[in-house]
Design a binder for this molecule. Structure first.
Ligand SMILES: [Zn+2]
Length: 556
């Protein structure tokens, strides 16, 4: 009998390929492994019993991956003719542990019990440390943490401060590591898709909303949105196992430098790498930042182009869409935003630009007043409703006068008085936060209208600000209003995509940019746009060019 296993697996890391080969090594089966774009195929031939034993073993050894979208197995008549896949000698990636390593370091009778330097051809811990049990050291670190100390440790990807999440938590900026998925589910609003992604072999960070109980437990935690992850290397995994015995299932991990901390530097000269953060919708996910475990080197060049074009092109290349007509939405927080259309025939054109210019809040009010009679009335009413606030904000002058969508939201936040921030980029955060905290399903309809200037189409920013002001006057509460600002924007994008499809017969949509890290926006856009279009996000690259090459330089 011949069995065909297929994996819709959007990763070039070779992790699955290597684990499959390693598992095949335990069996005397004829096999062939093939790749067809995003599909990985494995054909194995043998007796029914052998194949059953193999399938069972493989299911235990193959971890879930964030890049895995579907699997299937079926009986076929013949082995295919195509040439088998040859694994090139790519450098090993700094992956979290594979299931086999995990089982061995946890097995008291195994020679690799608590060995953080366990060597493995798949997940690759061969950093040259002494191969032995590190149980004693890890127990001691756990004890220190249990007694309330913050401890500096070397992981395999950099130096971090870790400690208990309590009133004495000494870190200001931190993420949370959890012993297990159940604890994350208990303290956050993580969806099933997010929980599944957190448990995947990549062990990504996901920004989650923490629930009330969590905040009561740890008074110092004032932020509602915190990044969570599972232990993503053996040092952290084994440490969390020891902490669990002391009743501690969550710790903070931070890059903050704190004086008088204890140091445990079991791993020498750790390679510094940023862990990946992802955003998860129902059927899509995207990498927000980081590079740990990602083989993106070959695509790096494209990012050297103007960031938004580079990001668009790299997704076209990643998904091999060069022959298609593709609409690209670029939604960066830092860069210019626009909708581009690419086709082999006419190259690339900018279909719609989200570029606005304002000098000051006064300028915004003046432009609304000048636009028409109802605009004039609106500003008048707005002023009268809260003259003190109106006078306070009208003097705000903007340092950088070019705006994108994110900064437009910042203006809305300032005008509505949702923040004391004066910089639109910083002010926009409150719109995102409020929208995330909103528990309903529908916000008010904020107007996003296109406007033609000469031969180009722009978004009219004044309409968005005007409708937000009207709803504020109508006393719509802030959370609902902020939800509406983001929701209506996604609905606007979705309608523009439908227009493009009608006019230009586009067959794919690519979405890039750091604004996608907003879970609400990401999952709604993925869902709305998927209804009429084939939607693609980046596979193995962060959604913005910034994280790789630009070191945080703002372009606008
Ligand atoms: Zn391994």
């Amino acid at each position: 009998m011949i069995l065909e296993f297929s994996f819709n697996y959007l990763s070039s890391s070779l992790i699955y390929e290597k684990i499959i080969l390693r598992t095949l090594g335990n069996f005397a089966l004829d096999y062939k492994m093939l790749r067809d774009k995003d599909e990985l195929f494995l054909y194995v031939e043998g007796s029914d019993d052998e194949l059953e034993a193999f399938a069972q073993k493989l299911s235990l050894e193959l971890p879930h991956s964030i890049f895995l979208y579907a699997t299937d197995a079926k009986i076929v008549e013949i082995m295919p003719e195509q040439e088998a896949l040859v694994l090139d000698n790519k450098p090993k990636l700094s992956m979290p542990f594979c299931p086999k390593c995990l089982a061995e370091v946890m097995d008291e009778s195994d020679k690799n019990y608590y060995n953080i330097f366990h060597e493995c051809e798949v997940c690759g811990y061969d950093e040259g440390g002494e191969s032995r049990s590190y149980k004693e050291e890890l127990t001691e670190i756990a004890k220190e943490i249990g007694e309330g100390s913050s401890v500096s440790i070397n992981t395999f990807y950099g130096k971090y401060l870790v400690g208990k999440l309590d009133k004495n938590c000494s870190a200001k900026e931190f993420d949370i590591i959890s012993y297990d998925l159940g604890t994350i589910a208990k303290y956050t609003n993580a969806t099933n898709s997010e929980i599944a992604a957190l448990g995947a072999i990549e062990k990504p960070l996901i920004k989650l909303k923490t629930n009330v109980k969590f905040k009561m437990d740890f008074e110092d935690v004032t932020k509602e949105l915190i990044r969570f992850k599972m232990p993503d290397d053996l040092v952290l995994h084994l440490l969390l196992c020891e902490l669990n015995k002391l009743g501690i299932d969550l710790i903070f991990i931070s890059k903050d430098e704190v004086a008088n901390k204890k140091k445990f530097e079991l791993v020498e000269q750790a390679k510094k790498q940023e862990p990946i953060e992802i955003v998860v919708g129902d059927n899509h996910l995207a990498i927000v930042s980081g590079q740990k475990g990602l083989p993106y080197e070959n695509l790096k060049e494209d990012r050297a182009l103007v960031p938004y074009i580079g990001a668009f092109f790299s997704v076209i290349k990643e998904h091999k869409l060069e022959e298609k007509t593709v609409a690209g939405i670029n939604l960066s927080k830092d860069y210019h935003n626009n909708i581009l259309i690419y086709s082999k025939k006419f190259g690339m054109i900018e279909y719609l630009s989200f570029k606005f210019n304002f000098d000051s809040i006064e300028d915004v009010f003046n432009k609304i007043t000048a636009s028409d009679e109802s605009g004039k009335k609106l500003v008048e009413n707005f002023k009268n409703s809260n003259p003190e606030h109106f006078n306070e904000i009208r003097g705000i002058v903007f340092e950088k006068q070019e705006f994108n969508v994110y900064k437009l939201w910042g203006i809305v936040a300032i005008v509505l008085g949702l923040t004391k921030e004066k910089k639109p980029f910083n002010a926009a955060k409150v719109i995102e936060e409020n929208a995330t905290l909103f528990l309903g399903t529908k916000g008010p309809r904020i107007d996003y209208k296109p406007k033609r200037i000469d031969s180009k189409v722009y978004l009219d920013p004044l309409m968005c600000i005007r409708t937000a002001m009207s709803f504020k006057l109508a006393k719509i509460d802030d959370l609902t209003l902020c939800f509406g600002v983001i929701e209506s924007f996604v609905e606007f994008l979705s309608s523009v995509l439908d227009e493009i499809k009608d006019e230009m017969k586009s067959d794919a949509v690519v979405v890039t940019g750091s604004l996608l890290q907003n879970r609400g926006l990401f999952s709604k856009l993925a869902k709305e746009a998927s209804a009429n279009h084939k939607v693609y996000f980046n596979k193995e690259l962060p959604i913005d060019g910034r994280n790789i090459l630009y070191g945080g330089n703002e372009l606008i």
